[in-house]
Design a protein around this ligand. Structure first.
Ligand SMILES: NC(=O)c1ccc[n+]([C@@H]2O[C@H](COP(=O)([O-])OP(=O)(O)OC[C@H]3O[C@@H](n4cnc5c(N)ncnc54)[C@H](OP(=O)(O)O)[C@@H]3O)[C@@H](O)[C@H]2O)c1
Length: 271
């Protein structure tokens, strides 16, 4: 983070444990005041007290179920009105909804509320203020499954693809207006999300699991480097750059006035 923005307050969703709690710790160590959001008030309070004691920063706790609109609305209001908040970390998320064919519709809907609607609404809440002041940051915690749907369950993958695409589009829209945007694409990270999803992380290949401290430190290093997309475990950033170039190479041909030749039947060609 650049020195002039160093003391912005950061609002972190899903801060009671895992990746969000680790962001809270790292940002408090950097001197940021914080607003911590999740459902478990006691856990948030205990983390807040520990970090205030250790780091000497101010931390507010906002307990809210972000799948419930009335509770989420209080967080939106805070983002709209609290001029100290200059950094939003859209981290709260859930997985474990099972495959698309299992038709767990209520869980799908909760997940879309949390993983898709919430970051969209919270970003909309803070954005006018950030644009008006001309600086700030928005970090969206997506996932590598946004690029590799083969790795995990369908609805979760789709929610993370949304967040990646949303971040890329937001970046394009706010370019040159002082707002830093980043999508973080973690691979498997050792947190409670696995047990919450009914999966024992110890059954996953050890060489694919990153410890949460290492993941968040890499993501923050990527933010400090000004990266739009950070994939903490990717050894060669040129792989991502080549992927982006290949995608952009499609652009001139994605919308044209005629269908491609392979879709034209012999009959229509003869007519
Ligand atoms: N761990 C991984 O392998 C991995 C990989 C790629 C991406 N990610 C993404 O990283 C983000 C953080 O995941 P994590 O691994 O740290 O998960 P986690 O350990 O399960 O923590 C999730 C956080 O979200 C909060 N949360 C869950 N449901 C909520 C709700 N309805 N309203 C408000 N807060 C809620 C939880 O707190 P409460 O229970 O107190 O509400 C908790 O603080 C997620 O978006 C996840 O998709 C994780």
């Amino acid at each position: 983070m650049s020195p002039s923005h160093k003391l912005d307050t950061a609002l972190i969703t899903g801060a009671s444990t895992g990746i969000g709690a680790t962001y809270a710790q790292r940002l408090a160590q950097r001197g940021h005041d914080l607003v911590l959001v999740a459902r478990d008030q006691a856990r948030l309070q205990s983390l807040a007290e520990q970090l205030m004691r250790e780091c000497g920063v101010n931390i507010a706790v906002l307990a809210a179920d972000l799948t419930a609109q009335p509770e989420r609305a209080l967080v939106e209001q805070r983002l709209r009105e609290d001029d100290n908040i200059g950094l939003l970390i859209n981290n709260a998320g859930m997985a474990g909804t099972g495959p698309i064919v299992a038709q767990q519709l209520e869980r799908f809907e909760s997940m879309i509320q949390l993983n898709v609607i919430t970051p969209t609404r919270l970003t909309s809440a803070i954005l006018p203020r950030l644009l008006a002041r001309g600086h700030g940051g928005i970090i969206n915690i997506a996932s590598v499954v946004a690029l590799a749907p083969e790795l995990f369950d369908g609805t979760y993958n789709a929610s993370k693809s949304y967040l990646l695409n949303y971040t890329l589009t937001l970046h394009k829209e706010v370019a040159g207006r002082g707002i830093q945007v980043q999508a973080v694409l973690p691979g498997i990270t050792r947190t409670e999300i696995w047990e919450r999803s009914g999966i024992d992380a110890n059954t996953l290949p050890a060489h694919m699991i990153m410890e949460v401290d290492e993941m968040v430190d890499a993501a923050l290093a990527g933010y400090d480097m000004g990266e739009l997309v950070t994939i903490p475990s990717l050894p060669d950033v040129e792989d991502w750059n080549r992927y982006t170039v290949a995608r952009q190479r499609l652009a001139p041909n994605l919308s044209r006035d005629h269908a491609a030749d392979r879709y034209k039947s012999d009959i229509s060609e003869d007519a």
